[in-house]
Design a protein around this ligand. Structure first.
Ligand code: B1M
Length: 214
């Protein structure tokens, strides 16, 4: 079946074939939401599990994500017009002073792979930008990445800024990056530390489902 072919080719990172198959599925009249769920997201979720189990590594995930983006680009206009809602909204960035973005990009792709819309603020992001974006875009999640022991403290500044802006009740703050730990998360009062991108995506979906059900 064509949706299985989409999933399998996505896992192999075959962006061109994925795009061709997605177009074929659209032409055959398969609903965009079904192509997304049973083709692209199904494939990305297999990659997520394999990545977590160290069966595939960063390059394979990036290539699979590129293939997913090629398919999503064709579906986006159809999904927008058929009123399929994102499963939630997040903003993500690497904190102030930190220019590492490979892990952050992986987390972003994995969260998008769960059907959550992600606004990418890039690197070297001021705490105020996380907060302004969360308020203006109605994000359920603020996701902060830090790779340096000298910049991880800036995540604490994001938590404080969220408290000062009065959005702590309605926004979950997720954190991660090589030097970040669960005890650091507890210490600064963030909502979740996850060690890898696949777990981050699972937790992000759980948070969004709970918050949007309220
Ligand atoms: Co930099 N760097 N670097 N670096 N760099 C490290 C981090 C370092 C450990 C290398 C070392 O010394 N052994 C070290 C930090 C030491 C420390 O603070 N303890 C270091 C240093 C010192 C520096 C500079 C200061 C070097 C210098 O200029 N003297 C400088 C800082 C620049 C700055 O940011 N201001 C610097 C610069 C760079 C490059 C620009 C050359 C490049 C970055 C390129 C880029 O990102 N576009 C770079 C790189 C590539 C690295 C290493 C080699 C690899 C990092 C990486 O991408 N890993 C790194 C050494 C290492 O880790 N082996 C190192 C792969 C990536 C997939 O993993 O980002 O951990 P990671 O993400 C994981 C998880 O952590 C998690 O999910 C991801 C995948 O599962 N995760 C989250 C990440 N964010 C998350 C958020 C979440 C949840 C999970 O929720 C929101």
């Amino acid at each position: 079946m064509i949706l299985t072919e989409i999933s399998e080719n996505l896992q192999k990172g075959k962006a061109k074939i994925v795009a061709e198959l997605v177009q074929k599925a659209i032409d055959e009249g398969i609903p965009a939401s079904q192509i997304l769920d049973e083709g692209l997201l199904a494939g990305m979720s297999v990659i997520g599990v394999k990545f977590k189990n160290n069966e595939v590594y960063v390059p394979e995930v990036l290539i699979a994500a590129r293939a997913m983006n090629a398919g999503v680009a064709l579906l986006k206009p159809l999904l927008a017009s058929s009123g399929v809602k994102a499963k939630g909204k997040a903003c993500i960035g690497t904190v102030k002073g930190d220019l590492h973005d490979i892990g952050k990009n992986l987390v972003k792709m994995m969260i998008e792979g769960k059907g959550i819309e992600v606004i990418d603020l890039g690197t070297d992001v001021e705490p105020s930008r996380f907060i302004e974006t969360a308020i203006n875009e109605n994000c359920q999640l603020i996701c902060c990445s830090a790779l340096l022991t000298t910049t991880m403290g800036a995540i604490g500044d994001v938590v404080k800024a969220a408290e000062a802006a009065g959005i702590r009740e309605k926004t979950k703050i997720m954190i991660g990056g090589a030097p970040v730990t669960q005890s650091f998360c507890d210490q600064i009062g963030a909502d979740a530390y996850t060690p890898d991108a696949a777990t981050a995506a699972e937790v992000a979906l759980e948070f969004c489902e709970k918050m949007l059900a309220q």
